[in-house]
Every structure is written in structure tokens, then in C-alpha cells.
Design a protein around this ligand. Structure first.
Ligand SMILES: [Mn+2]
Length: 308
């Protein structure tokens, strides 16, 4: 869905400087670091029109009253409502939303927004979610109460009613059309949720054994089956901290530089990608903006940059 009939596609950037879903602070500086890494020019050079919608206005942590065990639910939900609206508008225009996080809780806004558009046309959305974690905790299984560990659960309709209420008018994802890629650390109770979810998950072990090409072929086939588009959600901690140190929750043993590029080059070649988000970049932990530069390169691969 990236280039149709030679006409120029438009990519619309939406920055979401929100780190309220995580204990570690700093992901709210992600959109700025990604712009500094040259995202606009690097997309433009591939022949796309680029529109930068700027950043959504996100409440400041110190200005929000303490909300109890479930941290910053109200503020995260109101930001996600606004993001849902924005992402929905962009796909309805036939453009590609590129959402820049921010922590992974913002996927609730992006994906419910895109899904709402597809549901209105009686179509389904597939999702490829690259992450070290499964993000399948609920309020009952989460140790921390941090929303960035819960978004995928809420997107398939599980979890705290305040979070799932975001999907009331947009419908939930069909877990059999969702792929988790690169997972390598799950909470004990989250493992059971993952196994029972119906999601096709590819652990790092399976990627090691089968190779990224075979895994990604299957991932695209699962996310394409009966769907009209694939949303890509990239948590930068899915990539090995050797290449992507600038994240809030680094976990060793992740995707290599080449594996990550190959996966996204293959997604581009499928012509199914309709929307994307890149999240959990944390400039506080980065080294000379290296992870933001990698993120921009990965966006380019998803949009069709090839070696020759
Ligand atoms: Mn995540």
C-alpha cells in the first residue's frame, strides 16, 4: 500500500511526547530526537510527500495529581483519544500515519484509530509488533502498574475497562491477525496470557533457529490473512541494545541491525503496510543520538529504501 500507480504517497508525522506509561522518564523527548536525526528529509528523499503534524499536547507529570496504583490512566487515555482521532484522519485520507513516541502505551491511540477506519469499511487490520516484551499484561498481572506493559492486551480486548473503553467504537484486534516478533522477556503470568491469546508470537529463539527471512515471510502471511492492511508497531527495545542503547528497558539478545532492516524491507515489499509507529526511544540513555538515527534508517527501510 506504499506506492500506488506511481503516484506520490504522503506520510504524516505525529509526535506523541508521552512517557507517563513508564517508570523511567525520557521517552517524551523521543519525537525531538527523531526530528533532529532528520526524519523529514530522510522520508522526502525517497519520493514521498511529508507532512509533520507536530506534537500532541501531553500533560506534564508534575502537574498531574497522584492517581493510585494504575499510573496516569486518565492522562494516557485522553492523549490516546486525541491520537486515535489524528491517526484515523490520516488513514482516511489515504496517507500513512507515522507516529513517533513516546512510550508504547500510545499504541492504544494509533491502532484503535487506524482500526476504527478499517472497521467502518468492514475490513480487518493486521498488526506486526516488534518488541523485547509482549506488552500483554493486564492490571491484574502487572507488577508495576505501568501502562506501557499493557497496550497489546487492551488492543485485543483484555485488561482494565478504562483502557479497553478506548476500543468501544473502533473494535478490537483479531489476535489471529496479530504477530509479536523478537520477544525475549515476559512476566510469569504474562506467559500464560501470551500462550492463550491466539497471537502468533515469534520468540528470539525461533528467529535464531529459522532465520529472519522465514519468520518474516510467515509473519507477513499471518498479518495479511483476511486483512486490508498491516500496522507496524516497533518498540526500539526489540532491537539489540548494542545497536539501540537509547531505550527505557534494554534487554540483551535482540534483533541485529541487519535482521531489523531485513524484516522491514520485506514488510515494504509486501505492499501491505498502511500505518506505523516507532516507540520507546529514550534519548536519556542514548549515545550521540545513535538510536534515533537507527530509528530513522528503519523508517526508510519500511518505506522502500533499498541498497541498490
Ligand atoms: Mn513495547
Amino acid at each position: 500500500m506504499t506506492e500506488e500507480g506511481g503516484s506520490k504517497k504522503t506520510v504524516e508525522i505525529i509526535g506523541v511526547p508521552l512517557d507517563l506509561g513508564a517508570n523511567m522518564r525520557g521517552a517524551n523527548m523521543g519525537p525531538a530526537a527523531i526530528r533532529i536525526a532528520g526524519i523529514w528529509d530522510k522520508i522526502k528523499v525517497l519520493g514521498y510527500n511529508v507532512i509533520d503534524r507536530g506534537d500532541l499536547v501531553v500533560p506534564i507529570r508534575e502537574c498531574i495529581p497522584e492517581e493510585g496504583r494504575f499510573k496516569y490512566f486518565e492522562s494516557i487515555i485522553s492523549t490516546c483519544e486525541e491520537l486515535k482521532e489524528n491517526a484515523g484522519q490520516v488513514v482516511a485520507k489515504g496517507s500513512i500515519p507515522l507516529v513517533l513516541g513516546g512510550d508504547h502505551s500510545i499504541a492504544l491511540g494509533t491502532i484503535f484509530g487506524v482500526n476504527k477506519h478499517f472497521k467502518q469499511k468492514k475490513q480487518n487490520l493486521g498488526v506486526i509488533w516488534i518488541d523485547a516484551h509482549a506488552d500483554l499484561n493486564t492490571h491484574e498481572t502487572s507488577h508495576s502498574g505501568n501502562v506501557h506493559g499493557m497496550p497489546l492486551a487492551a488492543l485485543i480486548g483484555q485488561g482494565h475497562p478504562q483502557l479497553t473503553s478506548l476500543g468501544k467504537d473502533s473494535g478490537f484486534l483479531d489476535p489471529t491477525k496479530v504477530v509479536l516478533l523478537g520477544i525475549r522477556t515476559l512476566d510469569e503470568k504474562e506467559k500464560g496470557i501470551c500462550k492463550r491469546s491466539g497471537i502468533r508470537y515469534f520468540t528470539m529463539r525461533e528467529i535464531d533457529e529459522r532465520g529472519m527471512r522465514a519468520v518474516m515471510e510467515e509473519a507477513i502471511s499471518v498479518a495479511s490473512n483476511g486483512t486490508s492492511g498491516i500496522h507496524l508497531s516497533v518498540d526500539m527495545d526489540g532491537i539489540d541494545p548494542l545497536y539501540a542503547p537509547g531505550v527505557s528497558t534494554p534487554v540483551t539478545g535482540g534483533l541485529s541491525y541487519r535482521e531489523a532492516h531485513l524484516a522491514l524491507e520485506m514488510l515494504h515489499d509486501s505492499h501491505k503496510m498502511c500505518s506505523m509507529e516507532f516507540v520507546e526511544l529514550n534519548p536519556m540513555n542514548d549515545v550521540q543520538n545513535k538510536t534515533a538515527i537507527l530509528l530513522v534508517e528503519l523508517v526508510q527501510s519500511t518505506l522502500g529504501k533499498s541498497i541498490v
